[in-house]
Design a protein around this ligand. Sequence first.
Ligand code: EAX
Length: 323
Amino acid sequence: PSTLFRRSALLAGLATLVAAGPALAQTQITIHHALPPNSHTGAGPIAFKETFERLTNNRYRIVIQRNDNEREMIESVQIGTIDCTFTSTGPVGNFVPEVRIFDVPFLFRDTAHARGVLDSEIGQQVLARFNARGLHGVIWTENGFRHLTNSRRDVNTPADIRGLKVRTMENQVHMRAFSVLGALPTPMAFSELVPALQQGTVDGQENPISVIVANNLNQVQRYMTLTNHVYSPAVMICNPGTTQRLNAADRAHFMTAARAAQAANRARVTADEASGVEELRRRGMTVITTVNTAAFQEALAPAFAEWERTMDAATLRRIRDWR
Ligand code: EAX
């Protein structure tokens, strides 16, 4: 009987082990991002999760959560309370100053130019700077080209921006651009934007079509102008420990998953931009699509002169000349 007892105890023990096995062996990786899951920023983490869990036979479990305060997410990654974030570069320059070069207005001609530069050695060199700040810059994703909306008037020329209270991201470069245009830039986290627009603390804001559509900003903004004033990159940032802990094979899977995230994010931005203007008009916005870009660039001349001095002018030139 004692043998029988031991054997059944052993079997019970084994059964428990088998049941608990996969859970015990799973390592959890937490990823935070802003905006609803069904958006271009949600698309990246979802593709990352699907790819990485599949390639590692579910030895990892990716947990995705939302936080509309991007600065807070980056701080959490730095401290290590979360593993990774997909964030716009809005607040990133406050952590990694070299990133600000990509936040310069009218730097990129179009999406292909922006994606090409970010995927090239120029983009890689900037990702490499994250390490010195206790962060791992994994891969560039995107938000898209930003456009101005407001609740007061049609904006046709730079002069129409004068006196508008415009919410900007917590980004020095963007704030400088809007003050040079004569607006009153008010930096705040995305989480504060809708209440600020509702209460009239600010008249306007600027974001890519994808963000405006995903967050129904048409409910609080009537006028939109396709200013295309700046390309808004995004980036997957992780705690350095998260990737250092992976063995070489899993690290390769991690990068494959990051590339899948990039592809899913960019495809969604492309789709949103193709359908967005029509959708926003349908929702009642007035959208001005013909813009004298040269006039806006000219109005920003004093700011461009400053950035030539304060940023890496040679890299700015390389980016502009990139073909
Ligand atoms: O990352 O803060 C912003 O305006 C960002 O574009 C938005 O949160 C998406």
